[in-house]
Design a protein around this ligand. Sequence first.
Ligand code: SER
Length: 341
Amino acid sequence: MRKKVTLITGASGEIGDALIRQLLAEGNTNLVSLDIRPLAPEIANQITHIQGDICDKSLLARIISEYEVDIIYHLAALLSTRAEFTPEAAHKVNVEGTLGLLQMASDQSQWRGKPVMFVFPSSIAIYGIPDLDTKAKYPRIREWEWNYPRTMYGSNKLYCEMLGIYYSEYFRQLAADRPVMLDFRSVRFPGLISAYTVPSGGTSDYGPEMLHAAAKGEPYACFVREDSRIPFMAMPDALKALTKLAAAPRSALSRRVYIVTSFSLSAAEFRQIVLKYFPDAKITFAPDSKRNDIVDSWPADLNDNDARRDWGWMPDYDVDRSFEEYLVPNIKMRYQTKLYY
Ligand code: SER
């Protein structure tokens, strides 16, 4: 018998690293991780890690031959700024990588006669609002509004949401007997902020970068204007959203893709909060108009009513609690003890 496992891709990334730590802390021992990079040393010996490329079909086949994959948290992706420099490479990882995993999960669902749960983080980058006037007119956007991404990453995420729905609902729709299909569930995240890691290659990174620079005592020049506004969420809430959606009964869900969010801040407000905790921080604004255009096309805030209604979503950390109880104390500890990873 193959061992039943939870597979986590993008395991060395921001969300992956945090999710693995949480699942381990909850006593979960049946974890297999996949990433092109090694795991952080503190968790490396607690979980079976496969170092390799998500696009390597033979690697996925090997995983399936060894394990019964029950849940997949598919977190591997190239983020929005990085993807603009290498769009085709981003498409390969973000779309082809996801398609390969969906196919694998689809086969596995048929084999065992039970849906594989496929949990997928999507993003505010799937939105594309044409201009700032329109952004002001639509301050809290719903799932189906303004689905016109401007970036390769946003396009990839939106298409992968659709592929996930396809493999869950319509795969082999013309066949005489329909196979057991996978169970795709996705959350669209706002900008995420972790106390332990700084994201790399994203466009919402100015928030976390500002905070981490302040904690390290380094000056920071913010790459968007002071009035640029998007929603954010602290990492523990991102983990809560992924695991809570995975645990929800299928019958409660009226959608497969849900917005989740916590608080909305302009870059100037973000700076003010950072200054409250790090009064000596040197934070200036040096907008990069191209990256700013991307942020301007993202919503100022999101309406996550459907997630709240269907599966009881509610962030634990509003803006005050995020900084006061999670971000600031942990970041201070991290840089004081020089435990960088
Ligand atoms: N944080 C991501 C990025 O900036 C958006 O999902 O690319």
